[in-house]
Design a protein around this ligand. Sequence first.
Ligand code: ZN
Length: 63
Amino acid sequence: MSHSAPSMITITPHDLPLICTGPENETWNGHPRVFLPIQSNSSIECPYCGQHYHLNGIAEQHH
Ligand SMILES: [Zn+2]
C-alpha cells in the first residue's frame, strides 16, 4: 500500500495523546516523535510531515 500525498487520518479520543512520527511508509521522510495538540472534533496538520489528523470526538483535558 502506498500513496503519493498525505491523507487524512481519523482518530478517536482513545488514540490520544496524538503523536506523529512521520509517514510509516516513507522512513526517509520521518521525524522525531512530536505531540500534536488536537482539539475536539477538529483537524490538525503535523508541522513536520504535513500529515492531517481529524479527531472524531471530545479531547478530554487531564490537567
Ligand atoms: Zn508528522
